[in-house]
Ligand binder design. Structure first.
Ligand code: AFP
Length: 280
């Protein structure tokens, strides 16, 4: 696991350098979700593939930018799913973006997740790593990731990050979000799940939601690369992650690019979601 974390750190430094210098033209290719890929996405994907392929314990990698999982070492046992540059459409407007990693032992399925990690490329580069019951924050300083502190969520927060197209929300979902705002919650939504969830984690709590809606019944966010890694981090930090009814970490994944509705937050807000969704 130490070697995997080091490979993620090396990748993060190389991706940060690519973001800083790259002329971000669009490529002609489309990824498996049908989006036009940015060159930076492809470059970040190749950087991570290269760094992880040096580690003998990594069996398979799966990337948001690859149609299918890729076998690296027959004798390895870790399966790593990653979104190399989540929110890449925000790079051209200079908002924060991130890389997300889910580390599974034996199989790419939620119940086998043993660690997860994300990197935020913002004014500073920060890395959050959840493993063995702890969520740790690191800061990139002079080419090294320095440990900063452990992250713990409060019981209740003040931030609301409501994703999805509002006109497509179910009426009970809209009523629930309106009720949170009426209760004093403040809107914090950049359109990048890494910085948006990072803010909730570091400011003590709140709710990030990306529901199933009429335009996207199964939500937008991908289970293996986005939803499960953040669910693992939120649960380890003392919060919760559900799909409306159930823990997302109990979901089955049929295809590597499956998506899921998701709600991440501190206990109070996610209990409200479970209650509202349980009645609808
Ligand atoms: P991109 O990688 O296409 O920019 O999408 C980012 C993302 O997957 C995630 O980071 C955001 O939380 C979510 O999409 C935002 O989606 P909406 O624009 O539909 O709210």
């Amino acid at each position: 696991m130490k070697l995997i974390l080091q490979a993620i750190e090396k990748s993060a430094i190389r991706i940060k350098n690519a973001i800083d210098v790259k002329d971000i033209g669009y490529s002609q290719e489309q990824n498996s979700s049908g989006e036009t890929q940015l060159q930076l996405d492809i470059q970040s994907d190749l950087i991570i593939e290269e760094e992880l392929s040096k580690i003998a314990s990594v069996h398979t990698i799966a990337s948001e930018e690859k149609e299918l999982p890729m076998l690296l070492n027959e004798n390895g046992h870790y399966h790593i799913a990653f979104d190399p540059l989540d929110g890449s459409s925000l790079v051209d407007v200079n908002l924060s973006v991130g890389s997300i990693f889910g580390i599974y032992d034996g199989e790419l399925t939620a119940s086998k997740m043993v660690a997860s990690c994300y990197v935020v490329y913002g004014p500073r580069v920060e890395l959050v790593f959840a493993h063995e019951g702890k969520v740790k924050l690191y800061l990139l300083q002079a080419g090294e990731f320095e440990y900063v502190k452990e992250i713990h969520l409060n019981e209740k927060g003040k931030i609301m990050a409501p994703g999805g197209t509002q006109q497509c929300w179910a009426p009970y979902h809209k009523a629930m979000i309106d009720a949170f705002f009426a209760d004093g919650y403040r809107l914090r939504y950049s359109g990048g799940m890494v910085p948006d969830l990072h803010q909730i984690l570091l400011k003590g709590g709140g709710l990030f939601s990306y529901p199933g809606a009429s335009d996207k019944p199964e939500g937008k966010l991908r289970q293996l690369f986005e939803v499960f890694p953040f669910a693992f981090i939120f649960e380890t930090a003392g919060g919760r992650a559900i799909d409306g009814a159930n823990r997302v970490l109990e979901k089955e994944t049929k295809h590597v690019h499956d998506t899921s509705p998701c709600f991440f937050g501190s206990n109070y807000e996610v209990s409200v979601v479970a209650d509202v969704y349980g009645r609808n």
